[in-house]
Design a protein around this ligand. Sequence first.
Ligand code: AMP
Length: 140
Amino acid sequence: MSYDPNNIFGKILRGEIPCHKVYEDADAIVFMDVMPQSPGHALVLPKAPSRNLLDADPAVLAKIIPLVQKVAVAAKTAFAADGISIAQFNEPAGGQTVFHLHFHVIPRYEGQPLKTHARNMEEGPVLAANAEKLKAALGA
Ligand code: AMP
């Protein structure tokens, strides 16, 4: 399968549909997941097109992982989390639903299970407030 630029994250990257943006630079964007599995669930995307990890340029991966780390550290502070889960799914059988490479950064709390993946839409004002919290913790 090759990269299809009409995926929903491709549209966000081109500014064709909105997102609750936390951070952007020449190579990457970070925004809130609209169906968070835990409050503060964010997505970190390289701008370079690839479906997922399997077809990504290693040079792109080398640049994106330090940003995933920064967002994870900031999210732990911003949302007073006990831990952070990083998730990344590849192809439908691997649980992937949007086919532009992204890393999930998910705040975790002792004894609290995750909500179901990509199931319940969060209210816009909640996502906006969480984006601001994460932005502040990132110093972005
Ligand atoms: P994956 O299954 O790893 O491809 O994850 C895709 C994620 O994107 C899911 O967690 C969805 O909740 C999330 N998602 C889908 N559409 C949007 C959107 N328009 N803006 C932000 N997050 C989205």
